[in-house]
Design a protein around this ligand. Sequence first.
Ligand code: BG6
Ligand code: MG
Length: 217
Amino acid sequence: KEIAFIFDLDGVIVDTAKYHFLAWRNLATQLGFEFTEAHNELLKGVSRIKSLEILLNIGKVQLSEEEKQKYLVQKNEEYLSFVNKMTSEEILPGVSNLLDYLDAHNIKYALGSASKNAPLILEKVGLYKRFSALVDGNDVSKAKPDPEVFLIGAKKLNMKPENCVVVEDAIAGVEAAKLANMKCVGIGDAEVLGKADVVFKDMTGFTSEFLNKLINN
Ligand code: BG6
Ligand code: MG
């Protein structure tokens, strides 16, 4: 059976959550409150503007629209200062092997990310050219858990949703995949990502045994 993959970026291909954390934490410090790693969990898979809203809620800070825009730009500039130093060393374990397997079996794959920085990040780690299609935060109007990002991905790959496999580390992303009527592999904690069809601790879970079964099903 012909299948295709749609990958989330942050937390699946690379671990950029640590850079988002540093930039958001600095903003919180500047606004006079503490922002912890536990708080940062709430921002995974969430769009940039929604992330700021959550952060401001945590600090009980109210800002005008103008100030929000200013801090969003500032946060992103700091985030980009980390992204600009990224290299292929930051590709998460298991990812390169999986892409090699997919290429060898002529299985197409797309990116389905909420990040507006996704093309730059892929470029930095040397994976940009490998993807047949990219859908990122610039292409969608409705954030995950809305299925829009993955449905556009399927369309770009010319695949039916039911033949697509989404790989996601965020609850909102798993929900989006299921709403899109796609298979979903969760990356992380099985208790958190319970709605996924299968959950791996990390990307090394994609053994050739698992993949052979998937494509021969
Ligand atoms: C998601 C991340 O992939 O992209 C979120 O999990 C992030 O943490 C979102 O807020 C938007 O990213 P960016 O790069 O457009 O600010
Ligand atoms: Mg993610």
